[in-house]
Structures are given as C-alpha cells and as structure tokens.
Ligand binder design. Structure first.
Ligand code: SAH
Length: 333
C-alpha cells in the first residue's frame, strides 16, 4: 500500500507529503475521506472521486466481564462477516484476527469450520480487522495472532501481503516478531512460508501426538511425520522457534502416555507447548480436560524438559473461541 499510494498520489500530480498524511489517516481506521481534516477540502473531493474506502460494519460486540476481552463481529462489503478478538495481556494488547470467511479444514472441535469455507479474506480486510478493532476497543495493540476463523496457509498469498503491509514502517508498523501465525499444519504451506524467512512465530495446532487420533479429530492431517519435517525445515530456514498448540479434550488426548509422546515430538524440534483447555462448543459435544488432568499432563512435559504454558481462558463468557459468535449470528438471521 505505501508504495502504491505514493505512486497514485504522484500520478494525480500531488506532492509526496500528501501520501504520508493519507497513510496516517488510513492507519487509524478511517471511514471516509471527509474525516481527513488536515487535507484541503478540494483534495478530499479529488480522493473521493478516485478511490473507495472500505470500512467494515460492526454487527455485534461482546465485552467480557471477567477480563476485559472484547470480541467484534465485522460485516464485510459483500454481506459476509468475520470475528476479531481484542485481548489484554501483561505484556501488551493483542488482536486475534480471522483470515478466511469460514474454514474447510474440518477440525472436529472447532465452530469455524461447521459451514465450510465461504471465501478468502483480502489483505485489506485483514488490515481493517486490526485497525477497526483498535478503534472500537479504544486502544492500540502491540501483537497480532492469526488464530481467528480460517486457515492462514490456505490463503497464503493474501496473508503474506497482509504481513508485509501491517509491518510496513510507513503503515501500521507492527513488527513481524510480534505476529504469530497459527496453522492446522498444511506441510506445503509451511514449506512455502519458510522460504519467505519472516521472523514471525509459527504455531502448529497439533492436538494429538499420533496419526490415528490426529486424523480423527483433524481430517486435514497429512501425517505427523510430514508436518514435523516441514516444521524442521521452517526452523532451519528462519532460526525461529515453533510452538505447538494443544487443546485439551477430556479423555481423548489428555493421558500421561500422550503427554510423553508429545514431549518427544516437541523435543525433536525444540518446540514450546501451549496447552489450551478446550472451549466448549455446543455443536461439538466435547468437553475440556479437568484441571487435575491438565496439571498432570503439564508435569510430564516439564519433567521431560519441555517448556509449557497453559493458556488462560480469556473471554470464555463471551464465546471467544473461534467461530462461535459468527455461528450464533447466522442462526439468528
Ligand atoms: N486454522 C488455524 C487457526 C485458527 S484456530 C489453526 O488450525 O491453527 C486457532 C486455534 O484454536 C487452533 O489451535 C485451533 O485448533 C484451536 N481451537 C479451535 N476450536 C477450539 C475449541 N473449541 N477449543 C479450544 N481450541 C480450539
């Protein structure tokens, strides 16, 4: 955008400093050129004539009473909608964005995939999720996680463009080191991303340490061996550590034996493990592991020398798990 904007501004015969002014407005989440009050009125009219600004419409917002997590349902120009979550952590604010409308990966515990994939989000729509969520939350974010609706590696070219633009020094300027991309583990996508050598954090949604179970709960599984090979390549190329996401599902993937197998996989590529108590999704009928089971699981990992964190369940009172708000909204319209 910054490069294209400069070009367009110069094509219109305008001085270069105008593109900087316009960029500043755009990175604040601007809905209309008339809001750009430090530009002369005639220039705002010229811009109105030549460009179109797409701003998402807030369809719903939910604010957690427990921890201040805010969730927004954004209406897109074509009538589709996606969810974005704003979270406060001790190290700063974080925004969790969606990368697709719906999802086609079919994970058995996830609400986002129930209606299948509708379409990919454009880079601009992903940028708008960040900017308009900041505006609506009344605060800036320092971190972005691509962990909302959709599989980012199934929309990789748009996601790469988004990463370039959101981290651009003349754009919103959020450092790539502050961005995490979470994937269900499409091996070709991981290999392709590795070639870009970006300093982002890659999170692999593993959820099971062996193929029979993983294929059952994650039909996109192409073999843990294959995913691990792609991850090793990613680590070699980027020098970045990978983290494993492991959602704990009662009596499914939470035995100490499974913890030991997971520890083996994590150690083989120096991965950090994030344990996430499953968020209950009405349609899915799976339950989270008990706190005692999670503690025992965590201990096995730690005793094997793996670094582990247990994710706080932010916003569990507001359906903050992937896809839940969009689904409820669809059911009511
Ligand atoms: N498609 C990407 C990113 C979206 S999901 C991926 O698969 O990683 C973000 C994370 O939330 C993933 O680890 C996903 O498996 C997990 N998740 C989905 N539904 C969940 C639920 N009901 N409870 C806990 N974690 C869930």
């Amino acid at each position: 955008m910054p490069e294209e904007l400069k070009q367009q501004i110069s094509d219109l015969g305008l001085p270069a400093y105008r593109s900087k002014q316009i960029s500043e407005w755009l990175t604040r989440g601007c809905r209309d050129f008339s809001e750009m009050t430090n530009l002369p009125k005639t220039l705002r009219e010229v811009l109105q004539e030549h460009f179109e600004l797409y701003a998402p419409k807030m369809l719903r917002q939910q604010i957690s009473r427990e921890d201040g997590t805010k969730k927004f349902l954004w209406g897109l120009v074509d009538g589709n909608s996606v969810e974005t979550v704003f979270m406060r952590y001790h190290y700063g604010n974080s925004v969790c964005i969606s990368s697709q409308v719906g999802c086609r990966q079919g994970c058995s515990f996830c609400a986002s995939t129930i209606g299948g994939l509708v379409r990919n989000l454009t880079p601009g729509e992903m940028i708008n999720e960040v900017l308009f969520t900041e505006q609506a939350a009344g605060d800036r974010v320092s971190n972005i996680v691509l962990m909302g609706i959709g599989e980012p590696l199934d929309n990789l070219e748009n996601v790469l463009r988004f990463l370039h633009l959101i981290s651009h020094s003349e754009g919103r300027n959020i450092g790539l080191r502050h961005i995490t991309l979470s994937t269900c583990g499409l091996p070709e996508g991981i290999e392709r991303l590795a070639e870009e050598k970006l300093p982002i954090t890659l999170a692999l949604s593993l959820h099971a340490p062996e193929d029979a179970l993983r294929s059952r709960i994650m039909p996109s599984n192409r073999g843990i061996d294959k995913v691990m090979r792609a991850c090793r390549h990613y680590v070699d190329q980027t020098g970045r550590r990978i983290s494993f996401e492991y959602s704990m599902i009662r009596e499914t993937n939470d035995s100490t034996q499974q913890a030991a197998e997971l520890a083996g996989l994590a150690k083989s590529i120096g991965a950090h493990v994030n344990l996430i108590p499953l968020n209950y999704v009405e349609e899915r009928g799976m339950l989270p592991s008990t706190p005692e089971t999670i503690r025992a699981f965590q201990k096995v990992l730690e005793d094997s020398g793996v670094t582990v964190s247990v994710r706080r369940r932010l916003g569990s009172d507001i359906d903050a798990s992937c896809g839940q708000l969009r689904r409820k909204f669809q059911k009511h319209v």
